[in-house]
Design a protein around this ligand. Sequence first.
Ligand SMILES: Nc1ncnc2c1ncn2[C@@H]1O[C@H](COP(=O)(O)OP(=O)(O)OP(=O)(O)O)[C@@H](O)[C@H]1O
Ligand SMILES: [Mg+2]
Length: 231
Amino acid sequence: MENSKKSRRGAAGPGFFITFEGPEGAGKSSQLRQLAAALQERGVRCVCTREPGGTPLAEAIRAVVKEFNGGEPVAPETELLLMEAARAQHVAEVIHPALEAGMTVLCDRFGDSTSAYQGAARGIDREIIARINRFASRGRGPDLTFVLDIPPEVGFRRNAVRSETRGKFDRFEREDMEFHRKVRRAFLDLAASEPDRIKVIDADRPAGEVHAEVLRRLAASPDFAVYLEKL
Ligand SMILES: Nc1ncnc2c1ncn2[C@@H]1O[C@H](COP(=O)(O)OP(=O)(O)OP(=O)(O)O)[C@@H](O)[C@H]1O
Ligand SMILES: [Mg+2]
Protein backbone atom coordinates (compact mmCIF):
# COMPACT_ATOMS: atom_id res chain seq x y z
CA MET A 1 0.00 0.00 0.00
CA GLU A 2 1.08 3.60 -0.58
CA ASN A 3 3.06 5.23 2.19
CA SER A 4 0.72 8.19 2.46
CA LYS A 5 -2.13 5.81 3.22
CA LYS A 6 -0.04 3.86 5.67
CA SER A 7 0.96 6.99 7.56
CA ARG A 8 -2.64 8.15 7.93
CA ARG A 9 -3.75 4.79 9.24
CA GLY A 10 -0.68 3.80 11.18
CA ALA A 11 -0.57 6.27 14.03
CA ALA A 12 -3.56 5.32 16.12
CA GLY A 13 -4.49 1.71 15.96
CA PRO A 14 -6.62 -0.32 13.64
CA GLY A 15 -9.82 1.74 13.42
CA PHE A 16 -11.19 3.69 10.46
CA PHE A 17 -11.78 7.43 10.63
CA ILE A 18 -14.41 9.08 8.41
CA THR A 19 -15.29 12.77 8.45
CA PHE A 20 -18.15 14.72 6.86
CA GLU A 21 -17.37 18.24 5.79
CA GLY A 22 -19.05 21.00 3.81
CA PRO A 23 -20.93 24.28 4.12
CA GLU A 24 -23.85 24.98 6.45
CA GLY A 25 -26.93 22.91 5.68
CA ALA A 26 -25.18 20.58 3.23
CA GLY A 27 -26.59 17.51 4.95
CA LYS A 28 -23.53 16.45 6.96
CA SER A 29 -25.38 15.45 10.12
CA SER A 30 -28.14 13.56 8.31
CA GLN A 31 -25.72 11.75 5.99
CA LEU A 32 -23.55 10.78 8.93
CA ARG A 33 -26.54 9.22 10.70
CA GLN A 34 -27.57 7.32 7.57
CA LEU A 35 -24.08 5.99 6.97
CA ALA A 36 -23.73 4.89 10.59
CA ALA A 37 -27.04 3.03 10.36
CA ALA A 38 -25.94 1.29 7.17
CA LEU A 39 -22.59 0.27 8.66
CA GLN A 40 -24.08 -0.92 11.93
CA GLU A 41 -26.53 -3.05 9.97
CA ARG A 42 -23.51 -4.75 8.43
CA GLY A 43 -22.00 -5.36 11.87
CA VAL A 44 -19.42 -2.55 11.81
CA ARG A 45 -19.04 -0.96 15.26
CA CYS A 46 -19.35 2.82 14.91
CA VAL A 47 -18.84 5.87 17.07
CA CYS A 48 -20.73 8.96 15.89
CA THR A 49 -19.44 12.30 17.07
CA ARG A 50 -19.08 15.94 16.06
CA GLU A 51 -16.85 18.98 16.14
CA PRO A 52 -16.50 21.29 17.82
CA GLY A 53 -17.69 19.06 20.64
CA GLY A 54 -17.94 15.36 21.34
CA THR A 55 -17.01 15.47 25.05
CA PRO A 56 -18.46 17.55 27.91
CA LEU A 57 -15.51 19.95 27.91
CA ALA A 58 -15.39 20.21 24.12
CA GLU A 59 -19.17 20.79 24.00
CA ALA A 60 -18.73 23.62 26.53
CA ILE A 61 -16.10 25.15 24.24
CA ARG A 62 -18.51 24.66 21.31
CA ALA A 63 -21.15 26.72 23.06
CA VAL A 64 -18.67 29.55 23.63
CA VAL A 65 -17.13 29.56 20.17
CA LYS A 66 -20.46 29.36 18.33
CA GLU A 67 -22.67 31.49 20.54
CA PHE A 68 -20.43 34.03 22.34
CA ASN A 69 -22.10 37.40 22.24
CA GLY A 70 -20.46 39.21 25.11
CA GLY A 71 -19.82 42.62 23.66
CA GLU A 72 -16.36 42.15 22.17
CA PRO A 73 -15.35 40.67 18.83
CA VAL A 74 -13.80 37.20 18.88
CA ALA A 75 -10.31 37.46 17.37
CA PRO A 76 -9.68 34.91 14.60
CA GLU A 77 -6.69 33.56 16.54
CA THR A 78 -8.89 33.03 19.60
CA GLU A 79 -11.50 31.27 17.51
CA LEU A 80 -8.83 29.00 16.02
CA LEU A 81 -7.37 28.07 19.39
CA LEU A 82 -10.78 27.39 20.90
CA MET A 83 -11.57 25.05 18.00
CA GLU A 84 -8.24 23.31 18.45
CA ALA A 85 -8.61 23.08 22.23
CA ALA A 86 -11.96 21.37 21.72
CA ARG A 87 -10.36 19.06 19.14
CA ALA A 88 -7.48 18.09 21.40
CA GLN A 89 -9.91 17.05 24.14
CA HIS A 90 -12.16 15.22 21.68
CA VAL A 91 -9.29 13.30 20.11
CA ALA A 92 -7.84 12.38 23.51
CA GLU A 93 -11.12 11.27 25.05
CA VAL A 94 -13.15 9.85 22.16
CA ILE A 95 -11.52 9.54 18.74
CA HIS A 96 -8.16 8.09 19.67
CA PRO A 97 -9.54 5.44 22.07
CA ALA A 98 -12.24 4.41 19.57
CA LEU A 99 -9.69 4.02 16.77
CA GLU A 100 -7.40 2.05 19.03
CA ALA A 101 -10.32 -0.23 19.81
CA GLY A 102 -10.74 -0.85 16.07
CA MET A 103 -13.99 1.04 15.65
CA THR A 104 -15.17 3.18 12.76
CA VAL A 105 -15.34 6.80 13.87
CA LEU A 106 -17.79 9.03 12.01
CA CYS A 107 -17.19 12.69 12.79
CA ASP A 108 -19.36 15.64 11.76
CA ARG A 109 -16.71 18.23 10.78
CA PHE A 110 -13.02 18.01 11.70
CA GLY A 111 -9.74 19.69 10.71
CA ASP A 112 -10.82 20.58 7.18
CA SER A 113 -13.52 22.82 8.64
CA THR A 114 -10.81 24.66 10.57
CA SER A 115 -8.83 25.09 7.34
CA ALA A 116 -11.93 26.37 5.55
CA TYR A 117 -13.45 28.63 8.22
CA GLN A 118 -10.51 29.91 10.26
CA GLY A 119 -8.08 29.63 7.33
CA ALA A 120 -9.67 30.57 4.02
CA ALA A 121 -12.59 32.57 5.40
CA ARG A 122 -11.01 34.27 8.44
CA GLY A 123 -7.61 34.60 6.80
CA ILE A 124 -5.27 32.71 9.13
CA ASP A 125 -2.20 31.22 7.46
CA ARG A 126 -2.97 27.70 6.31
CA GLU A 127 0.42 26.28 7.30
CA ILE A 128 -0.19 27.40 10.87
CA ILE A 129 -3.59 25.75 10.81
CA ALA A 130 -2.20 22.55 9.31
CA ARG A 131 0.37 22.35 12.11
CA ILE A 132 -2.08 22.99 14.93
CA ASN A 133 -4.55 20.57 13.35
CA ARG A 134 -1.85 17.89 13.43
CA PHE A 135 -0.89 18.79 16.99
CA ALA A 136 -4.47 18.70 18.30
CA SER A 137 -5.23 15.42 16.54
CA ARG A 138 -1.96 13.75 17.53
CA GLY A 139 -1.02 13.35 13.89
CA ARG A 140 -4.00 11.08 13.18
CA GLY A 141 -6.16 12.63 10.48
CA PRO A 142 -9.18 11.09 8.77
CA ASP A 143 -8.78 8.08 6.47
CA LEU A 144 -11.64 9.29 4.31
CA THR A 145 -13.49 12.60 4.11
CA PHE A 146 -16.74 13.37 2.34
CA VAL A 147 -17.14 16.99 1.32
CA LEU A 148 -20.85 17.52 0.76
CA ASP A 149 -20.87 20.32 -1.75
CA ILE A 150 -23.72 22.76 -1.99
CA PRO A 151 -24.18 26.42 -2.93
CA PRO A 152 -24.37 28.33 0.38
CA GLU A 153 -27.75 29.82 -0.56
CA VAL A 154 -29.26 26.34 -0.83
CA GLY A 155 -27.81 25.24 2.50
CA PHE A 156 -29.14 28.35 4.18
CA ARG A 157 -32.61 27.81 2.77
CA ARG A 158 -32.57 24.30 4.23
CA ASN A 159 -31.44 25.55 7.62
CA ALA A 160 -33.62 28.67 7.77
CA VAL A 161 -36.54 26.89 9.38
CA ARG A 162 -34.36 25.33 12.07
CA SER A 163 -32.53 28.58 12.88
CA GLU A 164 -35.73 30.57 13.01
CA THR A 165 -37.32 27.98 15.26
CA ARG A 166 -34.33 28.09 17.52
CA GLY A 167 -34.72 31.87 17.52
CA LYS A 168 -31.10 32.61 16.68
CA PHE A 169 -28.30 32.18 14.21
CA ASP A 170 -24.86 31.27 15.53
CA ARG A 171 -21.75 33.40 14.91
CA PHE A 172 -20.93 31.51 11.70
CA GLU A 173 -24.46 31.49 10.32
CA ARG A 174 -24.54 35.28 10.79
CA GLU A 175 -21.58 35.77 8.42
CA ASP A 176 -22.39 37.06 4.92
CA MET A 177 -22.63 35.03 1.71
CA GLU A 178 -19.12 36.04 0.65
CA PHE A 179 -17.76 34.35 3.79
CA HIS A 180 -19.70 31.18 3.02
CA ARG A 181 -18.63 31.20 -0.63
CA LYS A 182 -15.01 31.26 0.57
CA VAL A 183 -15.76 28.31 2.85
CA ARG A 184 -17.26 26.33 -0.01
CA ARG A 185 -14.33 27.17 -2.32
CA ALA A 186 -11.86 26.16 0.39
CA PHE A 187 -13.41 22.70 0.78
CA LEU A 188 -13.18 22.18 -2.99
CA ASP A 189 -9.55 23.35 -3.00
CA LEU A 190 -8.69 21.01 -0.14
CA ALA A 191 -10.30 18.14 -2.03
CA ALA A 192 -8.28 18.97 -5.14
CA SER A 193 -5.07 18.92 -3.10
CA GLU A 194 -5.84 15.60 -1.37
CA PRO A 195 -7.90 13.59 -3.84
CA ASP A 196 -7.11 10.20 -2.25
CA ARG A 197 -8.60 11.22 1.08
CA ILE A 198 -11.26 13.79 0.23
CA LYS A 199 -14.23 12.89 -1.96
CA VAL A 200 -16.53 15.65 -3.14
CA ILE A 201 -20.18 14.71 -3.40
CA ASP A 202 -22.83 16.92 -4.98
CA ALA A 203 -25.25 17.41 -2.07
CA ASP A 204 -27.78 19.55 -3.95
CA ARG A 205 -30.04 16.59 -4.72
CA PRO A 206 -32.27 14.19 -2.80
CA ALA A 207 -30.77 12.77 0.38
CA GLY A 208 -31.21 9.19 -0.81
CA GLU A 209 -29.03 9.85 -3.85
CA VAL A 210 -26.36 11.48 -1.71
CA HIS A 211 -26.42 8.50 0.66
CA ALA A 212 -26.06 6.05 -2.24
CA GLU A 213 -23.02 7.92 -3.48
CA VAL A 214 -21.48 7.99 0.01
CA LEU A 215 -21.85 4.20 0.12
CA ARG A 216 -20.34 3.82 -3.36
CA ARG A 217 -17.36 5.99 -2.51
CA LEU A 218 -16.76 4.16 0.75
CA ALA A 219 -16.94 0.79 -1.00
CA ALA A 220 -14.34 2.07 -3.49
CA SER A 221 -11.87 2.99 -0.74
CA PRO A 222 -8.89 0.60 -0.68
CA ASP A 223 -8.15 1.57 2.94
CA PHE A 224 -11.67 0.70 4.00
CA ALA A 225 -11.41 -2.67 2.26
CA VAL A 226 -8.21 -3.39 4.21
CA TYR A 227 -9.93 -2.33 7.44
CA LEU A 228 -12.95 -4.58 6.78
CA GLU A 229 -10.74 -7.58 6.01
CA LYS A 230 -9.15 -7.27 9.42
CA LEU A 231 -12.42 -7.09 11.37
N1 LIG B 1 -30.43 16.16 0.27
C1 LIG B 1 -31.25 16.96 0.96
N2 LIG B 1 -32.24 17.61 0.33
C2 LIG B 1 -33.06 18.44 1.01
N3 LIG B 1 -32.97 18.69 2.33
C3 LIG B 1 -32.00 18.06 3.01
C4 LIG B 1 -31.08 17.16 2.37
N4 LIG B 1 -30.21 16.71 3.30
C5 LIG B 1 -30.57 17.28 4.46
N5 LIG B 1 -31.65 18.08 4.31
C6 LIG B 1 -32.32 18.91 5.33
O1 LIG B 1 -31.56 20.11 5.39
C7 LIG B 1 -31.37 20.52 6.74
C8 LIG B 1 -29.87 20.50 7.03
O2 LIG B 1 -29.40 19.15 7.05
P1 LIG B 1 -28.28 18.71 8.06
O3 LIG B 1 -28.60 19.23 9.42
O4 LIG B 1 -28.05 17.26 7.88
O5 LIG B 1 -27.07 19.53 7.42
P2 LIG B 1 -25.69 19.96 8.09
O6 LIG B 1 -24.72 19.99 6.97
O7 LIG B 1 -25.40 19.06 9.24
O8 LIG B 1 -26.03 21.42 8.60
P3 LIG B 1 -25.18 22.31 9.65
O9 LIG B 1 -23.99 22.81 8.91
O10 LIG B 1 -26.13 23.42 9.99
O11 LIG B 1 -24.86 21.43 10.81
C9 LIG B 1 -32.15 19.54 7.59
O12 LIG B 1 -33.41 20.11 7.83
C10 LIG B 1 -32.26 18.31 6.72
O13 LIG B 1 -33.39 17.56 7.00
MG1 LIG C 1 -25.04 19.52 11.24
